[in-house]
Design a protein around this ligand. Structure first.
Ligand code: GLU
Length: 459
């Protein structure tokens, strides 16, 4: 299990209790009471909606499909978060993911609250027509609670711009004459989506590593040396080192991370391994990302799985079992697939020194503790993978103004926004005794707490 988000809120508030600059106007009993109130507000969602979608299958049979929308908190703005189509979706998971969205938006100063949706299906088991109907039904069943100023869904695991286009179209026909462009983000550009939205998560994930090992390191070399603690020394030891990289996942996030890493002018990268739902491909001299991307485009997103397919892709690589990628001897491991990938079973075999979370919660709570003790640097999900929701925010603004930015403008604004967060949390990580994840949570909970207090929600 990923670390329970309720526990995260507890721990962050415990850390903040002793910080005299945090809500300094509250003292003694008042302070304790306020912190208890914040704890109970942030560790529970505002609403949990569950419906069973009635779906006539192509063969005429009727099935009922469980579907969720969890609205965790909207103190910072309208609820915001993706809709996941996956067979393991369940209520607790959606609550946890909605809470992470609240924290992610707070951390990066995105003026939205946190929400998440889920439908319990394996999309590969359904015809396109059935998927279209599932999307329409989802919007119909939850039409009263979603909308451009209420709750704005987006893609997540198992959904993409196609599903967002379908959902927006349904929203538009349910609410004729109303503004609909801001009802869903992650749409195709022809339907009012933003340039750069599709690549935003992957670009942001890679940028979180590049910023740490290049920009931050070079701009703060003297300061880092003066800190002379284990975190600072560890970071300095990475200066200008060539990096061996492994990437779990070669979908929308993993493949973009691979492209960014392979053409990065700032770091010397070698992508030695990539995996997808079937295999790991390995080459000690580095894999040819362009050829692999071309191959997956022509083959339903799958990497070559055997010698014949490798030949077809014109690639030389060693084919290994899928999960072997996680335990390879590399410098950086990007996790851009599913949850709970590093867990009790494999945590003591992890050799990567830096782990970057492209997916949400890919490391379990226990494994996170263990890896931190081993002094691994972990760049956590809410910091690294916020590119998607940041560009969703840009898309929502562009929909409001019906004025659209160029891809370059979107990318520059994305990096600018993430950089602002990095400038706060990376120095804090070096200075304090907290892990980078704890630091990010504390930062997010601090912002939410102050806003809750200032909006009078603690009375
Ligand atoms: N599903 C993505 C996430 O987990 C994007 C959410 C959004 O764009 O609203 O961050």
């Amino acid at each position: 299990m990923p670390k329970n988000t309720g526990t995260i809120v507890h721990e962050s508030l415990d850390a903040l209790f002793g910080d005299s600059t945090f809500l300094s106007e509250l003292l003694n009993d008042e302070r304790e009471k306020a912190l208890r109130s914040i704890r109970s507000i942030l560790s529970t969602p505002n609403h949990v909606y569950k419906s069973f979608l009635r779906l006539p299958l192509e063969n005429g049979e009727i099935v009922r499909i469980p579907a969720f929308r969890v609205q965790h908190n909207n103190i910072l703005g309208a609820y915001k978060g993706g809709i996941r189509f996956h067979e393991t979706v369940n209520e607790d998971e959606v609550i946890n993911l909605a809470t992470l969205m609240t924290l992610k938006n707070a951390l990066h100063d995105v003026p939205f609250g946190g929400a998440k949706g889920g439908v319990v299906i394996n999309p590969r088991d359904f015809e396109n027509k059935e998927l279209n109907l599932i999307c329409k039904k989802y919007v119909r069943y939850f039409s009263g609670i979603i909308g451009p100023d209420k709750d704005i869904p987006a893609p997540d695991m198992g959904t993409s711009e196609r599903e967002m286009d379908w959902m927006m179209a349904e929203y538009k026909s349910i609410h004729p004459g109303e503004n609909y462009l801001g009802s869903f983000t992650g749409k195709s550009t022809i339907n009012g989506g933003s340039l750069g939205r599709k690549t935003a998560t992957g670009k942001g994930v890679y940028y979180s590593l590049r910023y740490m090992l290049y920009d931050f390191l070079n701009e703060n070399k003297d300061w880092l040396k003066s800190q002379n603690n284990r975190y600072a020394n560890k970071l300095i030891s990475w200066q200008a080192k060539p990096l061996k990289i492994a990437i779990q996942g070669f979908g929308n996030v993993g493949s973009i991370i691979a492209s960014e890493a392979s053409c990065c002018p700032y770091l010397e990268n070698k992508i030695v391994a990539i995996s997808d739902r079937n295999v790991t491909l390995y080459h000690s001299d580095g894999l040819d990302i362009t050829k692999l991307k071309n191959y997956t485009k022509r083959n339903f997103g799958d990497l070559p799985m055997n010698e014949k397919e490798l030949e077809k892709a014109n690639i030389t690589a060693k084919i290994m079992p899928r999960d072997d990628l996680l335990t390879l001897d590399v410098d950086v491991l990007f996790l851009a697939a599913l949850e709970d990938q590093i867990n009790n079973k494999n945590m003591n075999q992890i050799k990567a020194k830096i782990i970057v979370e492209g997916a949400n919660s890919p490391i379990t709570g226990d494994a996170d503790l263990f890896l931190n003790k081993k002094e691994k640097i972990i760049i956590p999900d809410i910091l690294a993978n916020a590119g998607g929701v940041i560009v969703s925010y840009f898309e929502w603004m562009q929909g409001r103004d019906t004025k659209f930015y160029t891809e370059k403008e979107v990318n520059n604004q994305l990096f600018e926004k993430m950089k602002k967060t990095f400038e706060v949390v990376y120095p804090q990580y070096i200075r304090d005794n907290y892990s980078l994840r704890e630091n990010c949570y504390i930062q997010a909970v601090m912002k939410l707490s102050v806003v809750l207090y200032k909006q009078g929600k603690l009375y």
